[in-house]
Design a protein around this ligand. Sequence first.
Ligand SMILES: [Zn+2]
Length: 180
Amino acid sequence: MPLPMGHTAIGLATYELSTNNNSKTNSLKLIIFLTILANLPDFDVIFGLLIKWNGNAFHRGPTHSLIFALIMGFLASRAWKLSSQIPRIKFGVCFLIILSHVIADFFFTSSPVSFFWPIEVSWSSGYSGWGDVLSSVFFQGFQDAGIIIGSAISIILIRLIKGHQQTLFGFKIRQKPLTK
Ligand SMILES: [Zn+2]
């Protein structure tokens, strides 16, 4: 079951895969921003905890949908206008990172997501209080070890492939300058 660390790892791998420039995910601001994007759909747990004292109350509803990824991806790609601290990332990349969360939940867990909300909605069932949520965030990350290792290997492979793309048959290919 992907927890924040697992989602973050998948989000970072998605970023590597979806950006065509050779920018590396080594700036702290970028990693923080990508971590927030990769975990954005699970902010519904916080609302459940605050309003109903149950993290599952509003979990896996509208935030786990294609429409949410499109809207929040758009807003995230414009967020740099609010503060110079926020990295500027293209809409498509933001969208894919948020979508990677929903897809990971779909494939790695048994409970459904609300992919086509508002046509379908699959709320999470059961109860999870503050203690359950906090302990799963901080102490159960090891459950995602397979996902984290898989993502790390993907990132290394993607970087290797990108490195190779700059030289083709021994000729250096000029990289496209970053568009402003
Ligand atoms: Zn989720």
